[in-house]
Design a binder for this molecule. Sequence first.
Ligand code: DOR
Ligand code: ZN
Length: 446
Amino acid sequence: MSARFDTILKGGTIVNHDGVHQRDVGLAEGRIAALGTLDPAAAGEVIDCTGLHVLPGVIDPHVHLREPGAEHKENLASGSLSAVMGGVTAFFEMPNTKPETTTEEALADKVARATASAYCDFAFYVGATRENTDELGRLERLPGCCGVKVFMGASTGDLLIEDDAGVEAVLRTTARRVSFHSEDEYRLNARKSLQRPGDPSSHSDWRDVEAAVLGTERLVRLARMTGKRIHVLHVTTAPEMLFLSQHRDVATIEVTPQHLTLTLPDAYEVLGTKAQMNPPLRDRTQMEGLWLGLSQGAADTLGSDHAPHTLEEKAKSYPSSPSGMPGVQTLVPVMLDHVNAGRLTLERFVDLTAHGPQRVYGIANKGRLALGYDADITVVDLKRRRTITDDWIQSRCGWTPFVGRTVTGWPVGTIIRGQRVMWEGELLAAGGLGRPVRFQEALQPS
Ligand code: DOR
Ligand code: ZN
């Protein structure tokens, strides 16, 4: 081949839609320019990937980065730094900031802030409210928007549309797939007395399996009634997995590393309020239901639900303690450890972290190692054994629920549109290189 490349990834094992193959990857002008056996002399830079696996860039479609409004927990720079150190090449960020991302101005402000400071590519959800429902069809097509998010059950922040009529109105005014936090607010309100002060394990009694199942059943009925597509975020229960897999024409499914890894009662015994999140952690039976569904193709995407709170905030007594745990940096190592344990294949991991987000959100030019696609690449060492520590975490919150866990499988490199941002734990680029992810249903004239 006589073509010239900016960079060649040499000697790695590529995991992609067509299987697992030893192939070099040529990058030029930020895109994938060749896959095959490439002459190293044809590259400005050669990165030796011998013994490593070369994956399409890992996309985390579910993070909360707290800017603007709560930058003491996180900001777009620290959250995206945490992402790239963990092998993540792009994130989609939730709207429950202060102010909430519910207007064109708030969205444009986030895009401008991220363009100035982010270490990886990004997009933002627009949050649905009763006030902006009529406008969502326009807002969901704005540059940098990955779609609309609806909280059907109240969580961190004030965003909430709990009733069928409100959700139906959102589905009627939107054209893109809408993402949902699905817990039934009526049941949550009715059961609030089950919270036991000082005992975070009661969080899972209060926000029980049935609350999630009820929310999801209502949601699917509304999707059918309106003929619209829904994405159910952080599915945590076996019955929802089964139910949603009977509605694959309208519904897609996100799972999280923590709900696939941490279970009751141990999680609360070991982590206390650090294990508190919405929807809550569940018992082993529910987790096994998630794995069973995942192993049969039910899950579409893997989101970390990175929701940083400071240790001081988490140290408050339950239920004053906030819900949420960080996760964007640990998604890759925690899931590669599951790959090594035989719980999912590396191909399935790629499906969940690259092809899945592309399919669910309609990403224009990311999610595959294929000619012409953005050169977003996550390089991993499947054999590396390391212990996850709090001091490795770049998030401002400075802790991880996976502390002390020894995993096999580690992110070695993060390459974004051809630029090496992280290699062997070293940061090689400055903030401000991140750009908005583009979507098929919202392409802008260029
Ligand atoms: O546990 C959670 N924390 N669940 C959510 O829905 C929101 C998140 C947060 O923003 O802290
Ligand atoms: Zn979330």
